[in-house]
Structures are given as structure tokens and as C-alpha cells.
Unconditional design. Sequence first.
Length: 232
Amino acid sequence: MIRGNKAILEHSETGKRLRLFDGARGTVRYLGEWMLNPEQAYTWAEAPETGGGPLRQVIRFHLVPVRATITEPEVGIGQRYVVADEDVAPAPAAPSTPDPDLVGRNLSTHRRLQNHLAQEAQNRGLTALSPGATDPNFDLAWREGQDRLTVCEVKSLTRANEAAQLRVGLGQVLDYRDQLSDRTADVTAVLWVEREPTEIRWVNLCQQVGVTLAWPGREGMVFSRAHDDTRN
């Protein structure tokens, strides 16, 4: 279990998505997001070398679709929200890990924050979305009607990484908004974090660039536009 095989085996622990494609060249068909079968992740078998060579030992991974059926997304951006597993055992932090949200306590916290906000959106009658194959890798998005889309980046925060996480998160959600602006009429951006930042300047900075910075207990800030539309 090394290199690519190891990456597949540990995809849940590292927060990576497994996306399956049928074909290697020419016309390739996207089959959606899959995960390892929790009852039996893989078996060993024998198969010939590529091109009909001698038998060799191979690993057969057993995959199941994240969604019960693989269908075209109902909307042009995203797919129906896929609930993140909050109970995953995170891998230990490594010096080379670029994103703190993929390791340690931050992974479970990140997923809990993401699921909470998705549920809040659904409670308000909005369509919560996960990214599709052609979308930027946002954490969460939701629809307000056909032409309005909110895209969200989620970040856990600790005292040590707060500034770095906010800086990265703001850059990511601005990038997502820019990429999606050509595909829908109205895109807004939300940076959803674990708690109120120590420095209020981050709230002001996000406001200057049209991003809503909010945290648990401030859901009203995130969904205020939808509420205003409902009242009107």
C-alpha cells in the first residue's frame, strides 16, 4: 500500500474525494464520487500485466457510490449536498500538509461546521450543494431560486493558525465566486469559521470585498438575504 494505492486507502482520513471515470483516453465518462466499502475496502487477486503479460498480484478496491444513484446534477452548478463524515479518524499532522483542515482535530471540526451550515440552509428551504466534477472545490453552496447562488468556504480556527486560515479562506472563496460568476447570474460568498476572530479587522476586510464572514450563532448574517426576499 504505497503511493496511489495508499492515497485511495486513506482517502477518508486525509479528507480526499474519490472521483471515478470510465475510460483512459478519448471519450471519458464521469461516474460521480465514490468511497471505499466500509465492510471490505479491498481484496488481493491475480491479474495479467497490461497487454497480456504474466500474472501478478493486484489490489482490488471495493467502491460504493456516495449517492445511491449516479445522475446528472439537477442544477448547473454543484450536486446534492453530500454529508461529511464527522467521525472520521484524522491522520496526524505532517510538516508538509498545506491545509490544516485536513489533519488533526481541525478535520472533524471542519466537517461539523460544514454539515451544520448545510442543515441550516436546508431548514430554510434552500438547496444545499456539494461541488460537481466541473466546479471549483468549494466546501458548500446553496441556491436561492434559479439565478442566485451562495458559495461558502469553511475554516476551523485555533489561536496559532487563525490569521493564516482566514487569509487562505478569504482567497479561496473569492476565487470560487470569480470562477462561478460566468455560470450564474448572481453569486455571493460566505466565509464560515469556527468562532469569532480575535481581530475584528477580518470582519471589516471581508465586508470591503463583498464576503460575509460569520460563525455559529451568526447564521442570520449568512441567510439574511433569503429572509429579506421571503418577507418581501
